[in-house]
Design a protein around this ligand. Structure first.
Ligand SMILES: NC(=O)c1ccc[n+]([C@@H]2O[C@H](COP(=O)([O-])OP(=O)(O)OC[C@H]3O[C@@H](n4cnc5c(N)ncnc54)[C@H](OP(=O)(O)O)[C@@H]3O)[C@@H](O)[C@H]2O)c1
Length: 212
């Protein structure tokens, strides 16, 4: 059987680690980016050479998405809080018979531990950005759900690189609850790729955290 073919849309901090994680797992990895020079700078020539396909263009353009999604099994977005991108990616996933969309949102959008209270209400003391993030991520989640596709929504706290993956990321994963305020890009990438390659988290909001 052929390894899964995945498309990463946007290669920033998270997208870079998703590409590395997916290649380490032996997946066929393609990317859609707006700027090839930035891609080279982020991944380095050795990793870029391992990519199956590089599509250059804006992920909100249907024609660009259809070109990038040809032959793709699962799409992972390296960009969130962008309702236009969520709407267009979800529509293209449906149109191109892609099996799943894995999308990054925020920890504002899972539930607090009581299983009822939206988590952003617990975080609102951190600043006015909290409600804004909740609404932006919420609009993306709504767009993805309304497209009637298979999906996983990953809801991290703050992200950043720590240079290596934790030994047991799986233990920190929670379904529709807050796992903690920080997750490394490396651990977040493990969760996104695990969501892409298994059906364990299908149609769920999930979170994960890294102990620092
Ligand atoms: N970082 C955090 O602390 C954090 C916490 C919670 C949630 N999140 C969510 O996770 C996402 C990923 O985080 P990150 O830190 O990796 O962000 P990032 O470094 O800013 O990466 C986002 C990438 O998306 C690309 N992009 C944006 N619009 C695009 C479009 N229309 N078409 C194609 N590519 C596009 C950007 O490309 P260009 O270089 O061309 O602009 C950039 O490479 C964020 O967007 C956010 O919603 C982040």
């Amino acid at each position: 059987m052929q390894p899964l073919s995945v498309l990463i849309v946007g290669v920033g901090g998270l997208g870079k680690c998703i590409a590395q994680e997916a290649l380490e797992r032996g997946l066929r990895v393609s990317v859609l980016v707006r700027n090839e020079a930035k891609l080279e700078a982020a991944l380095g020539g050795d990793i870029v050479a391992k990519l199956c396909k590089i599509t250059l263009g804006d992920g909100t353009r249907p024609q660009v998405l259809d070109e990038a999604m040809s032959g793709i099994d699962v799409v992972l977005s390296g960009r969130g809080a962008d309702p236009d991108l969520a709407f267009e990616l979800a529509a293209a996933v449906k149109r191109n018979d892609v099996k799943k969309l894995c999308w990054p949102a925020g920890t504002t959008n899972v539930l607090a531990d009581d299983g009822v209270t939206p988590n952003y209400e617990r975080l609102v003391h951190l600043g006015s950005w909290v409600e804004g993030a909740y609404r932006a991520h919420g609009a993306c989640i709504d767009a993805i759900r309304e497209a009637d596709i298979n999906y996983v929504i990953f809801c991290p706290g703050r992200m950043g690189s720590v240079g290596l993956r934790s030994t047991d990321v799986r233990a920190s994963v929670r379904i529709n609850r807050d796992s903690g305020p920080f997750v490394s890009y490396e651990d977040a990438a493990w969760v996104m790729v695990e969501a892409a390659t298994t059906n364990n988290f299908d149609r769920q909001l999930i979170s994960a955290a890294t102990k620092v």
